[in-house]
Design a protein around this ligand. Sequence first.
Ligand code: SF4
Ligand code: SF4
Length: 56
Amino acid sequence: MAYRIEDSCISCGACAAECPVEAITQGDTQFIIDEDTCIDCGNCANVCPVGAPVEA
Ligand code: SF4
Ligand code: SF4
């Protein structure tokens, strides 16, 4: 299980700063999660202002 980031991401960067395993990086149009690295902690969902990270 891992999280993914939906299209509603506004690229604020808050999630990347809170990810304990650095699974989140800035993509061309939004931030993205490396699902092989994500440990499903939920930090990104907790800090996102628009609720973009969801459980995949
Ligand atoms: Fe990182 Fe946790 Fe979000 Fe996975 S759920 S991308 S480990 S902050
Ligand atoms: Fe996108 Fe939410 Fe992460 Fe900000 S915290 S970069 S809006 S997913």
